[in-house]
Every structure is written in C-alpha cells, then in structure tokens.
Write a protein that binds this ligand. Structure first.
Ligand SMILES: Cc1cc2nc3c(=O)[nH]c(=O)nc-3n(C[C@H](O)[C@H](O)[C@H](O)COP(=O)(O)O)c2cc1C
Length: 185
C-alpha cells in the first residue's frame, strides 16, 4: 500500500484532513494559517488568523474577523486571498487561493450568539483596529455583534508541497474538479 504523499488523491485527502484538524485542535499548526490579501494600493499583506471551519465538499474554509479591520477593506476592493500553512510534523505545506465573501450583521447573528464570551472580546474595539492611538492601551474593547464578520473563503486552488525523502508538489484546482496535477517542486 502506498503512503498518502505518493498519490494525488492521497495528498488531496491529507490536505483536507490537515485543515479539519486545524479547526478542531488549538495545538495543530493548521489552526493558525497566514491569511494574505492585497491592499487597495497593491501591497501584499499577510497576518495570522484562526481557522474556524473547513469543508472539503464545498472546498470552503472560514475565518472570523472585525468588520472594521484593514483586511475587510482590502477584501472589499479585491476579494481574493491566499492562505498558507506549514505543518512541520507532516512536512506539509498548503497554499490556497480563495475568493472571499464577507458576511456580517443579521447574517452572522446566530453564529455570534454561539461564540463564547471570551472570544467575543476579539470583535469590537474603539477606535477601530489599526487606528493610531496616543499610548499603547488607549483603546476600549467592547464585544459588539455589529463588528463581527465571517470571511468565507471559496478555495479555487490548493498547492501542496511534501518535503519527505523525496520532494513532491501537486496543484489541485476547482476548475479541474480537484483532480490534481504533479508539479516540479
Ligand atoms: C495567534 C493569532 C491569532 C489571530 N487570529 C485572528 C483572527 O482569527 N481573526 C483576525 O481578524 N485577526 C486575528 N489575529 C490578528 C491579526 O493577525 C491581525 O493583527 C489583525 O486582524 C489586524 O489585521 P489587518 O489590519 O490586516 O486586518 C490573530 C493574531 C494572532 C497573533
């Protein structure tokens, strides 16, 4: 029997298994992807986020954020993002390209009500995230459902690299029904 990294199907399945583990396990490296957008003036901008959901059937993952954060402004101008994960235990790098939709207000209220109090603290700060302040703690955090946003990332491509004794790389595309294509690493 072959190891998971030896076949395209195996690599694709492992990519989604890794994303699922990231959602479920706070210690897993896939829990904290780098999430990159393009600023309105064309700069790449990457930041750490928590992976909140991963659904292989729809090939969508989601992230929660503050509606007034810079990334939301960037996504309004250009709804494309990239997510990056490096899992050293599995020697597995995942890079995903995604089209992102932004939900907030009434559309996210049911989800907001299920979020634990301490996590709600992450959404709602005055002045808004990224504003200049006079001293380091010159802000007030007040959980506010109106500042809570869900970024649904509809993945269009997954570039998978496995650094085993041999290096393997494959590209999986929605356009190709995720069939997969080996790439030179
Ligand atoms: C471990 C860790 C987890 C984070 N998780 C999130 C998150 O889930 N959502 C989020 O919007 N920001 C999260 N942040 C903060 C972002 O990295 C970033 O600083 C913030 O969202 C502002 O980014 P922006 O101005 O580019 O929008 C996290 C930061 C760290 C260090």
């Amino acid at each position: 029997m072959s190891d998971w990294y030896e076949t395209l199907d195996g690599l694709h399945a492992q990519a989604w298994q890794t994303l699922r583990l990231g959602v479920g396990n706070p210690q897993h490296p896939a829990r904290l992807p780098s999430f990159a957008t393009v600023s309105p003036d064309g700069w790449p901008e990457a930041r750490t986020v928590v992976l909140r959901s991963a659904d292989a059937a729809s090939a969508e993952v989601s992230v929660h954020t503050d509606l007034f954060s810079g990334k939301v402004q960037s996504l309004r101008a250009n709804p494309k993002a990239s997510l990056h994960i490096w899992d050293s235990e599995q020697a597995l790098q995942l890079r995903m390209k995604a089209e992102v939709s932004i939900a907030s207000g009434a559309d996210t209220r049911l989800l907001w009500d299920k979020i634990p109090d301490h996590t709600q603290q992450s959404y709602g700060v005055t002045p808004p995230p990224g504003s200049g302040i006079d001293t380091a703690l010159d802000y007030v955090k007040e959980p506010d459902p109106d500042t809570f946003a869900v970024l649904t990332c509809r993945i269009s491509q997954i570039d998978v690299v496995h650094l085993g004794d041999d290096h393997r790389r494959a590209l999986f595309s929605r356009d190709n029904n995720w069939a997969g294509q080996w790439l030179s690493p």
